[in-house]
Design a protein around this ligand. Structure first.
Ligand code: SF4
Length: 670
């Protein structure tokens, strides 16, 4: 095997060395590209004119009228953004800097050149994303273990999923209690999360296709553990440590695998085991679904443990009666970002409202009494808007505090996990008190709401179709030309939610089925794409016939960001049935408006699986031709998938259609 690794490493070096050489002192060409890219950024006025959701437009105008800033104002105020930052050639890793690469100073004080600085910045981004999802993983896996040990007063709801997953991980299940199985399973996931010493990475062994495992082993990118790879990424990208940008990119790939299996797949498996897989359900979505006269409570962030208890208590007779005593019609929950998405298909009556940039707009309706924020994608600016409307904000994790918010939280050691019910009760009561205190606050709710269907999963798809067979047949025959997982956050560098919708329109018209989750799913939910009525107007003939026959919407909503695992589960199942490696199938990931650090890992995840990722936002790598080429070309040979960027969403959609045609031709499915 040692020889094979070397052989592959040689291939990698050849790919890189054969790139046409670029004079590192010549910054003019990439600075031109940076400027051209910057010229595509929209202003807030462009967003008002072109954003696809009329509710967003009305709220932007309303906030302008009231003189309240939001992220679109702040993006305008940030212009022009720094060329060096956009090119990725600003380094402030150490305090000898900051250093920036120019014609007269092609190296930083320590001697790092543009390639090294760009590569290090990308590695640190994927490490940060891995830490973020990894902390999410830690809490959910420990919750599963603590629930099984009786330390956390929650029932294990996903027994079937837990037993099936434990069996697939070679954990003995026969004649054992569900709690014992849960503890063993949680321990396996925890070992992968934080072992310091190299050992077999179990989630990869049991959950990744064998073909991929071979590729990753040959590239020597199998992780030791999630914690270790984040640790090592911060280590080797530090000042005066690793001087070889290629080695940095190898750690980028290795950390990417830790991201996939040690922060996303493990979180999904533990979440589905503890809280259940959920059901396909219908609910009303968008801002018009906000209800006047109710105790309105929004859950925002990513952590499901406390939220599950808050929602359960909020739906209890006791709390509803209390709310009614205070003059409310009842208690209504809303979902912001992934906490909301995870909650809405598990518990009835949680209404999805918006992704993170929409939070300020939703708060500005004045309709929310309580805003519960846990971790990640919580803009500090929500406090300014909440203050204007006397909305009580409660933070629930020691990782995330907001000046002006109340903190009713798990402590950082989770020593109070046993008090989950008491903490949840306190929070729901704060919602009822806040409702009482907010009487008379003006409420403005644009009247846009639509029914959406959510909660798709491997289990629901195989149950509703009988098996993967009908979908595999439709893909093989060309009735469905391919499948794209459309995900990612949003980014003010594109017109808010426009690129997601434009890419989706091109794909559906061309008979490409869409799966969605996370923040990109909000425009698709809000604009009717997750409703069977959209079949007629949005889909090409083949896709239309398939969806009508099986009574499914054009976009299958699988949940929160870590539910990418459900998407890859569906895609892997189909590839297996068709007898082809995943990388050869007409499948892809698209995060048209990606922006945050987790977005780097989410797209890389699909490239590691051998599939292309497609975007309308550029990575900050303009300053290094080599790193850009590595991401956009070289990984084709190494992994099978590359990053494709086009700031024009229609052209990007057409590119996906053309690439799928090529893949189909190669498979003989013309
Ligand atoms: Fe400058 Fe090197 Fe320090 Fe970066 S690590 S700030 S390039 S001296």
């Amino acid at each position: 095997m040692g020889n094979e690794i070397h052989r592959h490493a040689d291939v990698r070096e050849n790919v890189i060395e054969h790139s046409h050489h670029h004079d590192p002192n010549d910054v003019t060409d990439y600075m031109e590209a940076v400027k051209a890219y910057r010229a595509t950024f929209p202003t807030k006025q462009d967003v008002i004119e072109k954003t696809p959701d009329p509710a967003v437009r009305e709220m932007l105008l309303r906030m302008e009228q009231l003189g309240i800033d939001n992220s679109f104002d702040r993006f305008d105020q940030q212009q022009p953004q720094c060329n060096f930052g956009l090119a990725g050639i600003c380094c402030r890793i150490c305090h000898m800097g900051p250093c920036r690469i120019t014609q007269k100073s092609p190296r930083g004080v320590c001697g790092a050149d543009a390639d090294l600085i760009v590569a290090r910045n990308m590695l640190r981004a994927v490490a940060a994303g891995t830490a973020q999802h990894g902390m999410h993983a830690r809490e959910v896996i420990l919750s599963l273990k603590w629930a099984a040990e009786g330390k956390l007063p929650l029932p294990i709801l996903g027994k079937e999923k837990l037993i099936a997953t434990a069996k697939s991980f070679d954990i003995e299940t026969a004649g054992r209690s569900i709690n014992d199985i849960a503890i063993d399973f949680a321990n396996v996931l925890l070992a992968d999360l934080c072992r310091p010493e190299a050992d077999e990475y179990k989630v990869i062994r049991y959950a990744a296709p064998p073909e991929r495992q071979k590729v990753w082993k040959e590239l020597d990118i199998l992780p030791i553990s999630t914690y270790h790879e984040v640790f090592e990424a911060l280590h080797n990208s530090g000042e005066a440590c690793d001087g070889d940008w290629r080695n940095i990119m190898q750690q980028f790939l290795r950390t990417g695998l830790a991201f996939v299996f040690g922060s996303v797949v493990n979180t999904n498996l533990a979440t589905d085991s503890l809280f259940g897989v959920g059901e396909r359900r219908k609910c009303m979505v968008n801002i018009g679904a906000l209800k006047k006269g109710y105790v309105n409570i929004a859950v925002h962030g990513h952590m499901p443990t406390l939220v599950s208890e808050i929602v359960r208590l909020g739906h209890s007779r006791e709390m509803i009666d209390l709310a009614k005593e205070k003059g409310a019609k009842g208690i209504q929950f809303y979902g912001i970002c992934c906490t909301g998405l995870s909650a809405m298909y598990r518990y009835d009556h949680v209404i999805p409202l918006c992704n993170p940039p929409g939070a300020e707009l939703v708060l500005a309706t004045g309709a929310l009494d309580l805003w519960i924020a846990d971790v990640q994608d919580i803009y500090p600016a929500i406090m300014d808007v909440a203050k204007c409307f006397k909305t009580t904000v409660v933070t629930t994790e020691d990782s995330t505090k907001l000046p002006g918010a109340e903190h009713i939280a798990y402590d950082h050691t989770h020593s109070n996990i046993g008090e989950t019910t008491e903490i949840a009760r306190k929070i729901v009561l704060r919602g009822i008190e806040s409702f009482e205190a907010r009487q008379g606050i003006p409420v403005f709710i644009p009247p846009y709401e639509v029914e959406a269907e959510l909660g798709f999963s491997v289990e629901s798809v195989t149950r509703d179709l009988g098996s993967f067979e009908p979908l595999a047949e439709a893909v093989k025959s060309g009735q469905i030309q391919g499948i794209v997982n459309i995900v990612g956050c949003t980014n003010p560098k594109t017109v808010y939610e426009r690129c997601i919708v434009d890419v989706a329109d091109v794909l559906l018209r061309n008979n490409i089925l869409l799966i969605t989750n996370g923040c990109a799913s909000f425009p698709l939910l809000k604009l009717g794409y997750c409703n069977q009525e959209a079949i007629e107007t949005k889909c090409g003939e083949g896709l239309k016939a398939f969806l009508k026959e099986h009574k499914m919407p054009p976009v299958w909503h699988v949940g929160e960001c870590v539910d990418n695992t459900r998407s890859t589960g569906i895609l892997s199942g189909l590839a297996g049935l068709c007898g082809h490696p995943l990388k050869d199938m007409p499948f892809a990931q698209s995060s048209p408006e990606w922006g945050n650090e987790k977005g780097v890992g989410a797209a890389l995840a699909f490239r590691l699986l051998g599939l292309n990722s497609y975007h309308c936002v550029e990575p900050q790598t303009f300053g290094s031709e080599k790193v850009t080429k590595f991401l956009k070309e070289d990984t084709k040979e190494l992994l099978g998938g590359v990053m494709v960027v086009n700031t024009d969403p229609v052209a990007l959609g057409e590119q996906i259609v053309a690439d799928f045609r090529e893949k189909r031709k190669a498979l003989g499915w013309d």
